[in-house]
Design a protein around this ligand. Structure first.
Ligand code: TEU
Ligand code: CA
Length: 548
């Protein structure tokens, strides 16, 4: 298999608004990230993915861009950006930028011009349709509640917005628009950006007949109507041929609706993306109503998702491995145990993330075992998806207490509380009032406490990252799961002609007998999260990595 830097990368995701505030306005910023580059380097990661930092009215955490060529004023300016990328490159860190080109903000000049008149030269940069039977052109729901169409009084037509009303979808059928997107990418790549994370890339090719959706299941609607459109490979291939092939740039597609069966369509060696984020595990506990309609999930389903997706990329293509990000609950709260076994399960999930086949993405704060944040009322939410979700829930007569329980389980606010640097009142994030409340468990869970503790979650992450880098089999080796009779045990080999590593994970609150299938394994324990590891029992949330 071809050896390339982006397959060997270990990526740290920084959500700038919540990472570090340098000027006391309560909002994280680029100078704050520059202050922390040595910390990021100390983790052993090789790349940083920055969530959007472009000018934006911040309706959706910066995923509503009003100027692709300037930095959000609260984050800083282009000079700060140049200092940031220089600081990263000096430390051998690559920079991956978030590119949101499925839609813009409704405050983007293109949209102002487009909505002005039906005859505007920018009209076709977006999708405008007359209504039907006194309502929207079709029954598509928005990701953020309500219809995906908004009536615009100026011309009496509706415009499409798969996300919020303030995020009109771009019309990629328009060749002039596609050229604008390419020019903008070149601007950032010419500044030395090493990778692009393409937001909702799976939805940029629309079914322009806009047929009604025939299913009430939201994730099925995404798959059948929003993602995997007819010209998707063509549009991706055009960016590859006209832009990406002229740079050493890693391209990762974020793809709700991408399935194991169609993933390779996106990853053609010549004209595709380098890799994708799939959501097999991330949507596993979403019912027909999507995020705020949670359903139970099982450990065997969780394991099956990783098996299915590894099979999808067994011969070609490449995936990413992530267990959390800015769009989902904190990984230790969602997949682990964030109370009795918070440290052990954080370390187990770290082991899983860094021993699977695919480029690992670590979300800021997961390296110290940060947990979910319990909103006390909806008014504390800073997320359009939760705020709109509550608006829709009220229409169905759902009480605030009931909706709050669901939002506190699966909402995106969980992941967006400020990074916990120390045990002070604002966790060392800001000297001002943070834009979002700090999780008060920062008193116990923070970087400064863990940096010097050899048994801390942070020290374990650093050691595990070192092991991943020291053993190429963990990047390129085959993934071979081992069947056990206990659904909580996640056991697998990573093997190559040169090396074989065995990973044994007990994803449960109870201890259990050591899996008989690998009882005779002999080798050196590279890392484990319990000191008293034996061949008889697996402790609760015990992780063991053995070099055979
Ligand atoms: O998310 C798109 C996506 O995959 C959604 O399923 C996502 O989980 C979102 O929360 C709706 O449930 C990307 C960004 O990661 C997200 O932050 C943005 O809100 C969204 O696109 C629109 O740009
Ligand atoms: Ca600031």
């Amino acid at each position: 298999m071809e050896r390339v830097w982006w397959k060997e990368a270990i990526v740290y995701q920084v959500y700038p608004r919540s990472f570090k505030d340098s000027n006391g306005d309560g909002i994280g910023d680029l100078p704050g990230i520059i202050e922390k580059l040595d910390y990021i380097k100390s983790l052993g990661v090789t790349a940083v993915w920055l969530n959007p930092i472009y000018q934006s009215p911040n309706e959706d955490g910066g995923y509503d861009i009003s100027d692709y060529y300037s930095i959000l004023k609260e984050f800083g300016n282009l000079q700060d950006f140049d200092r940031l990328i220089q600081g990263m490159h000096e430390r051998g860190l690559k920079l991956i930028m978030d590119l949101v080109v499925n839609h813009t903000s409704d405050e983007h000049p293109w949209f102002h011009a487009s909505r002005k008149s039906a005859g505007s030269p920018y009209r076709d940069y977006y999708f405008w349709k007359p209504g039907k039977n006194g309502g929207p052109p079709n029954n598509w729901p928005s990701f953020f509640g309500g219809s995906a169409w908004q009536l615009d009084e100026a011309t009496g037509e509706y415009y499409l917005h798969l996300f919020s009303v303030k995020q009109p979808d771009l019309n990629w059928e328009d060749t002039a628009l596609r050229k604008e997107v390419r020019d903008m990418m070149k601007f950032w790549l010419d500044k030395g950006v090493d990778g692009l994370r393409l937001d909702v890339i799976s939805a940029i090719s629309k079914r322009t007949s806009f047929p009604d959706a025939d299913t009430p299941d939201f994730n099925e609607t995404i798959r059948k109507y929003y993602a995997n459109g007819p010209r998707l490979s063509e549009f991706i291939g055009e960016m590859r041929e006209k832009v990406w092939n002229h740079y050493d740039v890693m391209t990762i597609g974020e793809g709700p609706g991408i399935t194991p069966d169609n993933a390779l369509d996106y990853l053609d060696e010549r004209q595709g993306l380098n890799m994708i984020f799939h959501f097999g595990h991330m949507f596993m506990d979403q019912g027909p109503g999507g995020r705020f309609d949670p359903v139970p999930w099982s450990k065997s389903d969780f394991r099956k998702v990783f098996m299915t997706w590894d099979n999808a990329f067994a011969k070609s293509g490449w995936g990413s491995i992530f267990l959390g990000n800015h769009d989902f609950a904190r990984m230790v709260s969602r997949w682990g145990n964030d109370s009795t076994f918070r440290e052990q399960s954080s370390k187990l999930l770290c082991t899983l993330l860094l021993t699977m086949r695919g480029t690992p993405f670590i979300f800021q704060g997961d390296e110290i075992g940060m947990t979910n944040f319990q909103l006390k009322s909806i008014s504390e939410s800073r997320d359009i998806e939760t705020i709109n979700g509550w608006r829709e829930a009220q229409k169905r007569g759902i009480t605030e207490a009931a909706f709050l329980r669901v939002a506190n389980y699966s909402g995106r606010d969980n992941a967006r509380t400020p990074m916990q640097w120390d045990n002070s009142s604002n966790a060392g994030f800001s000297t001002g009032t943070p834009w979002m409340p700090v999780n008060t468990n920062n008193v116990a869970i923070n970087v400064s406490r863990q940096e010097h503790e050899p048994d801390s979650v942070l020290s374990y992450w650093k050691k595990m990252i070192g092991i991943r880098k020291a053993h190429p089999v963990l990047t390129y080796g085959a993934y071979k799961p081992v069947e056990t009779d206990n659904e909580h045990l996640f056991v697998y080999y990573r093997e190559s002609p040169e090396e074989k590593i065995l990973v044994i994970l007990n994803m449960s609150d109870t201890d259990t007998k050591f899996p008989s299938a690998v009882r005779d394994a002999r080798g050196q324990v590279l890392i484990g999260n319990y000191a008293n590891q034996t061949k008889d029992r697996m402790n609760s949330w015990e992780a063991i990595v053995i070099q055979l």
